[in-house]
Design a protein around this ligand. Sequence first.
Ligand code: SAM
Length: 325
Amino acid sequence: MAKGKNKTSEERTNRTKTSNGHKSKQHHIRKGRQENGSQAQEDGEKFPVKLAMWDFDHCDPKRCSGKKLERLGLIKNLRVGQKFSGIIVSPNGKGVVCPEDREIVENFGSAVVECSWARLEEVPFNKIGGKHERLLPYLVAANPVNYGRPWRLNCVEAIAACFAIVGHSDWAELLLSNFSWGLTFMKINKELIDVYSKCTDSDSVQKAQEEWLIKIENEAKERKELALKEDVWMMGNVNRENIDDEDDDEEDDEDEDEDEIEEEDVEYDNLGNIIPKKEVKVDALGNIIESHGESDMLSEDSTEEVEDESEEELYDKLGNLIIKS
Ligand SMILES: C[S@@+](CC[C@H](N)C(=O)[O-])C[C@H]1O[C@@H](n2cnc3c(N)ncnc32)[C@H](O)[C@@H]1O
C-alpha cells in the first residue's frame, strides 16, 4: 500500500508544524488508535484554558508529553517568532510561578517549550516566550523518563504544576489524567503544592521553596544519622560476636592448655594427685642430656617423699645396697 494511503482525510489535514517548521513527528503514529479512551476524547470537550507549546522536535514522539497533548487536541503549536500572552513555564523564566499568576492563567492560559533538556542551548529563547516567563519552584518529576528528579518536569507536569500553584489543582488533575503515571505527580508533590498555593508572590514561593529544601536536607541528615546508628548497633552485635569469638578462642586456648597439662605434662599418682611428667631433653643421637624430673618440678612435699624413699635405702661401707628383709 502506498505511503499515506491508509490515512483518513481528517488525519492528513490534521498535520501540524513544529516550531522548527518541520512536520510534527507525531504523524508517524496513527491518530485515534493511541488516544482511544483518554479522558479528553471521552469528554469531547476542550480544555478550560488555552495550552500552547513551542515544539523543537527534539524528543521521541512516543515518550513526548507535549506531542501526546497535541495528538489529544489539547495543546496548540506556536511558531518561533510568535509570542504568548499567558504564563510561559520556561527554563528561561526569571521569577517562579506563584498564586498571583492565577488571573493571567485563567485569562490567557499556559505555554511550555517542548525541547530536550540536553539541547536547551539550541532553543532561540529570544525569539519565543512573552511577558510572563516563569520558572517552576522545587517539585519532583513523576514521569517515566525523569522519575524522582527535582525541577526536571516534562511539559504536561510543568503545565499541571503551574495550574496547581495558582490554585487550579482541578485543571492539573484533568490534564494529568491523560497519562497513566500522571496523577502520581500530584500525589508525590501534594504537600509542597499545598505550601506553594498558599503563598502570594514569586518571592514568597521562593522563600517557601528554600525552607522546604532546608527541611528535607535536615530530614536526610537525620535519616543518615539514624542509619549510621543502626549500622553501629548492628556492628555492635558483630563486635559482640567477635568478643564472644575471642572469648571462645580464649576458652578454646584454655581448653587446649588444660588438655596439654592433662595429656602431656601431668601424670597421676595412686591417690589421684597430679604429678607433672618428666621433661626430657635428648641430643641429636637421641641420648638423654638433661632431665627436669620430679625433683625439679614437684612441690616441696613431693621432694620430701623422694628423700623419704632414699632414707629407706641403706648402703654398707663398700657402698653396696643393703636389701631389707
Ligand atoms: C525541556 S522540556 C522536556 C519535555 C519532555 N520531552 C516531554 O516529554 O514533555 C520540558 C519543558 O517543561 C517546562 N519545564 C519543566 N520543568 C521546568 C522548570 N523547573 N522550570 C521551568 N520550566 C520547566 C519547560 O517549558 C521545559 O522546556
